[in-house]
Ligand binder design. Structure first.
Ligand SMILES: N[C@@H](CCC(=O)N[C@@H](CS)C(=O)NCC(=O)O)C(=O)O
Length: 127
């Protein structure tokens, strides 16, 4: 980030958001109604882990949609921030989840998780 873009007003808003919330997902749509499959997947992982997060709908704010890409130096949405640090997009979160690493990642950051039981996660109980 160069000195000029560092002064971009949207960066200040982004900084406030990621420093004021432990877990933030910049996404398309809302956590309840994601409007893109990539964003939906990240929401799904957070939900499976029971991680509380703030969703920022970039579709409502073109400045944030563009600004977050430059701020993170990452070309796409969704973007996960934990404790003010960029973690990754959909593919990275999916890989961490599939590798069984994401729970220990949140533990290491001091973020509370409440993982669902596999049958809840799959949406199919025995009864
Ligand atoms: N491979 C990406 C998938 C996400 C992606 O390709 N996002 C696209 C389509 S939703 C995007 O943000 N395009 C730029 C834009 O829509 O502003 C990841 O791991 O997150």
């Amino acid at each position: 980030m160069d000195a000029i873009s560092d002064n971009n007003p949207v960066y200040e808003r982004i900084r406030e958001t990621v420093s004021g919330n432990d877990v933030v997902v910049f996404m398309k749509g809302t956590p309840v109604f994601p409007q893109c499959g990539f964003s939906a997947l990240v929401v799904q992982v957070m939900t499976l882990l029971g991680v509380q997060f703030k969703g920022i709908n970039v579709l409502e704010d073109p400045e944030v949609r563009d600004g977050i890409k430059a701020f993170s130096d990452w070309p796409t949405i969704p973007q996960l921030y934990v404790k003010g640090e960029f973690v990754g997009g959909c593919d990275i979160i999916k890989e961490m989840y599939e590798a069984g690493e994401i729970q220990s990642f949140f533990d290491s950051k001091g973020i509370a998780t409440q993982p669902q039981a596999p049958e809840q996660a799959a949406g199919q109980g025995e009864g």
